[in-house]
Write a protein that binds this ligand. Structure first.
Ligand code: ADP
Ligand code: ZN
Ligand code: ZN
Length: 801
């Protein structure tokens, strides 16, 4: 793909590769032409990882196409420096998918490919230089170089002692060592080759990158292996609703061939069923059908911690299938092995979290997104900021596969598409085993306070918990805040412990840590006296999971209480805690939303949302949807066997529509009213939303950049009026405004929310406006102008905080 120059004469037989560097780059599409040097002709092929010079650096990249001739003058073409793998790391379809994803989320195809590759970040390519001539000849050349080119001489001397990589050379001889090595190559004295460096050894604990896939530390799982044939539940008789849903999916699975584009509807199914309605049962049978057709199935779950549970059921159903696990949390090697086996076509089923949507399956028949509403399907913290659901939809239509979006609480984006018949809606209204949904009791915590109960446990909850324990049954207490106390405050002067780098209060944790910032990870000791007034009346407020755990122990000393939240995950104890609870060796599980999702534990008699409204009043248009979803999902954790369960919702907002609908377990009522509430404002799903953030250590710079961007949007013809006053089909924007979390990690954040009736046209406008306002390209990642603020563009963000 051409650079900015006018097309020079094309040298027809020049072997050229189009390469997508694995890093953020300038330029329009992130793909560049390189000459394939004679030694590498035949080795460079589409999908092969290569090493290329880029600016002053040497970086890893992916060959996306091989051709002859380039629009770039031959003398300006740089050479591919080396080849990393002997075989392609991706099939052609992945390359196409990466290009689409990059365009959809404003990032580079190479970044997408890198993010989808096993052990990402674990291997780094480096260039190794070695002598190209016998030592005697090199000695001679060294003598000639002498003092005229001291750096070249020093590098050559090193190579006389053996091969050396550019990192080491740079360390020993300074930044000019790399250029010196290049000179030596030109003179024919040295050659360079690429070498892959493993940054981590197998078995070493891999810390999930921030914004990476959430995980409870699932055990390492191997690549494709035949599962023993198990009777499983393949013998279950489907309910009539399940039968009907499956029949529709099988029709969708019927005629698809790779490359065939799906018409509207028919191929994307929204499998909406209450918790326990037998959705898993349905999609596993659909997977069995895909396999029977000689095609493959890709099953995505929102969290790595849910992979083992899903694997068990896959194995029970599809006894003879070869199953591979693909996700980015395994130690580098296991994941690579799984990836390679999939690439070789040796897997029938792939199970994994978000990034597995890119798994290199060549005969894809079915994709399943289980719990499709989960935000963890969106990568939010860093580029590529893709949503696995959108990538899966494009991939399914491109590769002629069916897609099942399964949920008890579909995202409003998905449900809207079902209502407009873009997707095919399949409903499972009742639980498969005939159990009713558990009764839900809403407790008004204002009344508790009025009655003199200042505890975080209402009287109803204390009573229900006591009963459940007396019956020897289990309970889940759920609260969406980890830590002990959410803030500490001085009763005398009002001082509150705040993070100096972020616009938030510090959470008190005990005993692991003292005060911690949940946004930047900063820790500090809790003061014994008030730093504001020196007084002694510093008090702890706002209960977190640790406090609930503590209070449960105090109230029920005989109960076995365990806790599951991000702190427990970080200590690597999540799997143990879950196993304990699942085996009935713990009575009460206290946790964050982690415990509200996806768990299938029959013995649970009681589920309580301790503070149902903790997320309800966040300044995010999705806060009602998120609260409704969490409460409904949590309620689904109980009553999953023949014994009835019950649910208690503690709230200060019992009349809020999200709480009322959750108590009535009425998804449809909630969805319809919430859709209507969003319509006049043009919030998703009525419009696409693009969030453009400008951040800087100086507030003025962040604000000014966002204002310049808004002016550029004006010039692009975007409306700044509210939707009700503006033109309905024009793109519009809100802001600029300080983000609700106005400062994070020492950077002030200003943002503009852009609402696009047509995403493609909207993104063109956004890109142009970013370029005008900042002088650099708009990217889904972050990009800093020379010394200006960092710009980050998030397409369809799941949070606008
Ligand atoms: P979901 O995925 O909707 O939560 P599952 O497929 O996990 O539901 O089913 C919930 C429970 O009901 C499981 O224990 C499953 O084995 C059982 N089940 C599913 N379908 C049937 C059926 N047709 N008859 C009886 N039990 C069923
Ligand atoms: Zn004070
Ligand atoms: Zn902080």
């Amino acid at each position: 793909m051409a650079g900015p120059e006018p097309a020079p004469p094309v040298i027809a037989d020049l072997p050229v590769a189009e390469v997508a560097p694995a890093v953020a780059t300038a330029g329009d599409d992130g793909v560049f032409d390189y000459r394939i040097p004679p030694a590498l002709v035949g080795q460079v092929a589409p999908g092969v990882r290569v090493v290329v010079p880029l600016g002053g650096r040497t970086v890893e990249g992916f060959c996306v196409r091989v051709k002859t001739g380039s629009g770039i003058a031959p003398e300006r073409l740089r050479d591919i420096a080396g080849v990393i793998d002997a075989r392609p790391a991706f099939p052609a379809s992945s390359l196409e998918l990466a290009v689409w994803t990059a365009r959809r989320y404003l990032c580079r195809p190479g970044e997408v490919l890198q993010a989808s590759l096993p052990g990402r970040g674990l291997s780094r390519a480096r260039t190794v230089g070695r002598l190209a001539v016998p030592a005697a000849e090199a000695e001679e050349a060294l003598a000639k170089l002498g003092g005229r080119a001291p750096v070249q001489a020093a590098v050559l001397r090193d190579l006389l002692g053996g091969p050396a990589n550019t990192g080491a050379l740079r360390k020993r001889h300074g930044p000019r060592a790399v250029a010196a090595l290049r000179e030596l190559v030109k003179k024919g004295l040295a050659v360079t080759a690429a070498e892959t460096v493993k940054a981590r050894v197998r078995g070493q604990a891999a810390k999930p990158p921030s914004g990476g896939e959430p995980s409870s530390g699932g055990e390492p799982l191997s690549g494709s292996e035949p599962a023993p044939t198990a009777p499983g539940s393949a013998a279950l008789r489907l309910t009539s609703a399940q039968e009907a849903a499956l029949a529709r999916i099988l029709v969708g699975l019927g005629g698809g061939r790779p490359g065939e584009t799906a018409g509207a509807g028919g191929r994307i199914f929204v499998l909406h069923g209450v918790t326990g309605s037998g959705k898993t049962e349905v999609y596993l049978r659909a997977a069995a059908e895909a396999l029977a057709q000689g095609r493959q199935a890709l099953i995505l779950v929102p969290e790595v911690s849910l992979v083992p549970q899903t694997l068990d059921r896959v194995r029970a159903h599809l006894g003879k299938a070869r199953v591979a696990v693909a996700h980015s949390y395994l130690g580098g090697r296991e994941r690579s092995e799984a990836w390679d086996s999939v690439l070789r076509g040796e897997a029938d089923v792939v199970v994994g979290a978000r990034s597995a949507v890119f798994a290199p399956l060549a005969r894809l028949g079915l994709i399943v997104l289980d719990e499709e509403h989960e935000d963890s399907y969106k990568q939010e913290e860093k580029a590529p900021r893709y949503h696995a659901r959108e990538v899966a939809a494009w991939r399914a239509s491109r590769e002629g596969a069916a897609l099942i979006l399964a949920s008890a609480t579909p995202s409003l984006e998905t449900y809207h598409r079902a209502l407009t018949r873009e997707y095919d809606l399949l409903e499972l209204p009742t639980r498969a085993g005939g159990q009713g949904l558990p009764p839900v009791q809403t407790v008004d915590m204002r009344a508790e306070l009025a009655a003199g109960n200042r505890s975080t446990f209402s009287r109803a909850l204390t009573k229900a918990l006591g009963e459940s324990l007396a019956q020897g049954r289990q309970a889940i207490l759920f609260l969406n805040r980890r830590g002990h106390s959410t803030f500490i405050l001085c009763r005398d002067c009002g001082w509150v412990a705040r993070c100096p780098d972020c616009d938030v209060s510090l959470t008190y944790h005990s005993p692991e840590t003292d005060l911690a910032c949940h946004y930047c990870g900063r820790h500090e000791a809790a003061p014994s006296r008030c730093p504001g007034c020196g007084g002694h009346r510093v008090r702890y407020f706002g209960a977190g999971t640790q406090k609930i755990e503590e209070e449960t122990r105090l109230a029920f000393p005989e109960a076995r209480v365990v806790r599951l939240d991000a702190d427990v995950v970080r200590r690597g104890e999540a799997a143990r805690v879950l196993a304990l609870f699942q085996a009935g060796q713990a009575d009460v599980l206290v946790g964050t939303q982690m415990v509200a999702k996806g768990l299938d534990i029959p013995g649970v008699a009681l589920v309580a949302a301790v503070a149902a409204d903790s997320g309800l009043h966040l300044p995010d248009f999705r806060s009602a949807e998120k609260t409704f979803r969490l409460l409904t999902q949590a309620a689904g954790r109980t009553g999953r066997d023949e014994r009835p369960g019950r649910v208690i919702i503690q709230t200060y907002s019992p009349e809020h529509p999200a709480v009322v609908a959750a108590a009535g377990q009425d998804y449809k009522a909630f969805a319809l009213s919430e859709l209507e509430a969003r319509r006049p404002l043009g919030y998703p799903p009525w419009r696409h939303l693009v969030r453009v953030e400008f951040s800087d250590p100086e507030e003025g710079k962040a604000r000014e950049a966002s204002q310049a961007f808004a002016r550029a949007l004006d010039r692009q013809g975007f409306d700044s009026l509210p939707l009700v006053l503006g033109a309905p089909d024009r793109p519009r924007y809100g802001g600029p405004a300080a983000a609700p979390l106005a400062r994070l990690r020492g950077r002030y954040r200003w943002h503009v929310l852009v609402f696009c009736p047509d995403l493609e046209a909207g993104l063109e406008g956004v890109k142009a406006a970013v370029r005008q306002a900042t002088g650099h390209e708009a990217r889904g990642g972050r990009r800093r102008a020379a010394d200006g603020p960092v710009t980050a563009v998030d397409v369809d963000p799941t949070s606008v905080l």
